[in-house]
Design a binder for this molecule. Sequence first.
Ligand code: IDP
Ligand code: MG
Length: 140
Amino acid sequence: MATERTLSIIKPDATRRNITGKIIDKLESAGLRVIAQKRQHWSRDQAEAFYAVHKERPFYNDLVAFMTSGPVVVQVLEGDGAVAKNREVMGATNPADADAGTIRAEFAENIEANSVHGSDSAENAAIEIGMCFSENEIVG
Ligand code: IDP
Ligand code: MG
């Protein structure tokens, strides 16, 4: 499988509970490499822009409020089939449906505060990485 890059975000529910290391351990144990990482506190504008694809969804306003409620850790992950591999280790959006051993099964609080974001396609990964990092912050 081809080497890919994907965007990962450790969400405010996880930074609040001081479990970023536990989540990164899951990512690295799955064979993903963290090739860029920074901690940020998003403004409303940043969160709205990042989740613009969900603007018509009923949960959009709550999601923006949640994503600005505390720090996030944004990351670029690299590895073989990194987009799908990250989605696999994350688990389903709703932790009640997530497979045992996945990040969301172990750590998510609920369907909204579900600890991590991961790009859903290589095309969106490139867009999301471009929104969060400049080239010189990514060290493969
Ligand atoms: P994903 O993060 O698994 O790709 P998406 O459908 O892209 O899931 O939704 C983006 C984020 O919006 C989710 O991770 C979660 O934080 C939030 N979200 C999704 N569906 C719901 C919902 O039904 N209620 C509340 N929040 C939701
Ligand atoms: Mg998504």
